[in-house]
Design a protein around this ligand. Structure first.
Ligand code: NAD
Length: 381
């Protein structure tokens, strides 16, 4: 089959879904690869590098969409791109089907199959295709780097001839994939790192990374906001109050706050309130990784950096993976090629879209002219 990657059309998107390295792997599965000219340029992959890896470079997006049997992309298709989809073609990209029902319906009507990378079931077998985790890992890392870039001091404490420098104190709120990456980055830079999550089972992970888990003075277990399946639920008002009281205590002490708290299918909970921001020292930095879902901090402005009257920088960027496009594209390209490996079981260049396979079924949102979202729950854990 011909696997093709167009240049992303979303403004500012620097990632690409196919790298020269992933193309080499795809060719081993019996596929041919093609990219639109310039598709990898913003991620550091030149047309010449693709050509050296045996990838055909085509001039226009239209030529690519026409020739490719499988189109691999990062962002969901634009309306214009969706029009280029055709019967029998497969699209593999992030799609967020619950938020893009019309687009999903249009793709199904065209007779195209769509695999949404954000719908890959989070089971052990599918970890190699878990693009949400790949991107969250990068976002967590970059959030700390971005914070450091806006912070006027070292992370690590130092005793120098010119004076003693105290270590920075970092608080990470939410210890999922992005939060754990932020904790790992902050501790490795030498900061004193604290972390909080409503899921008490992450305390051990947090501590094993050299950070201190923040426990609440709350009568019941810290599991009030934890739902089943590893995700969080909405906390009770009492639990939330205990959580906010703890944060109020920490606000004047911490230099950097990275918030990552999300609850599936909901707006992000507001956890870092205006009075906490007001209590922080001038020069402190907040990076709100929940900005796209409304933010964990009320003052966060999506996609912007602001400085409050008391000198606290609040960063609400939502494009951290794109800001590290070489790394993101490499990992995303690997996630995509693992998905294609499962779709090519005989390694003969023939796609077997096996709807009996839990992972393929879970991620497929349109197939055989039908919308196939939402999928049934996976059978295997
Ligand atoms: P997420 O992005 O949905 O949420 C981020 C974190 O915010 C979570 O840890 C959540 O508990 C926390 N949170 C929510 N409300 C909060 C609040 N009020 N205060 C503090 N923290 C709050 O999470 P994610 O990174 O997608 O991970 C979700 C789960 O999925 C985790 O259990 C993770 O280990 C699991 N996971 C499993 C796999 C797998 O393949 N097995 C892969 C990735 C993630």
């Amino acid at each position: 089959m011909k696997i093709g990657s167009p240049k992303e059309v979303f403004p500012g998107e620097a990632r690409v879904a196919l790298t020269p390295e992933s193309a080499l792997q795809l060719q081993k599965l019996g596929h041919e690869c093609m990219v639109q000219a310039g598709a990898g340029a913003a991620a550091g992959f030149s047309d010449a590098a693709y050509e050296a890896a045996g990838v055909e470079v085509v001039k226009t997006a239209k030529a690519l969409w026409t020739a490719a049997d499988v189109v691999v992309k990062v962002r969901p298709p634009s309306e214009g791109e969706a029009k280029l989809l055709r019967e029998g073609q497969t699209l593999i990209s992030f799609f967020y089907p619950a938020a893009n029902e019309k687009l999903m319906g249009a793709a199904a009507k065209k007779g195209a199959s769509v695999i949404a990378m954000d719908m890959v079931p989070r089971i052990s077998r599918a970890q190699k295709m878990d693009a949400l985790s790949s991107m969250a890992n990068i976002a967590g890392y970059r959030a700390v780097i971005e914070a450091g870039n806006n912070f006027g001091r070292f992370f690590t404490g130092q005793v120098t001839a010119a004076g003693k420098v105290p270590p920075a104190k970092v608080l990470v709120v939410g210890a999922g994939v992005a939060g754990l990456a932020a904790i790992g980055t902050a501790t490795s830079l030498g900061a004193i790192t604290y972390a909080f999550d409503v899921r008490p089972e992450v305390a051990e992970q947090v501590e094993s990374m050299g950070a201190e888990f923040v426990f609440l003075d709350f009568e019941e277990e810290q599991a009030d906001g934890a739902a089943t399946g590893g995700y969080a639920a909405v906390s009770s008002p009492e639990f939330r109050e205990a959580q906010l009281a703890k944060f109020r205590e920490l606000a004047p002490e911490v230099d950097i706050v990275i918030t990552t708290a999300l609850i599936p299918n909901r707006e992000a909970p507001e956890l870092w309130t205006e009075d906490m921001v007001a209590a922080m020292k001038p020069g402190s930095v907040i990076v709100d990784l929940a900005a796209e879902k409304g933010g964990n901090c009320k003052q966060t402005v999506m996609d912007e950096k602001i400085v409050t009257d008391n000198g606290v920088t609040i960063i609400g960027y939502t494009d951290f993976p794109s800001r590290m496009a070489t790394q993101s594209s490499t990992l995303y390209g690997n996630n995509i090629r693992h998905m294609l490996a499962d779709l090519t079981p005989e390694k003969d260049g023939v796609i077997d879209h096996n709807m009996e396979d839990d992972v393929i079924r879970g991620a497929t949102i349109a197939h055989a002219s039908e919308v196939t979202f939402p999928p049934p729950p996976p059978k295997v854990a």
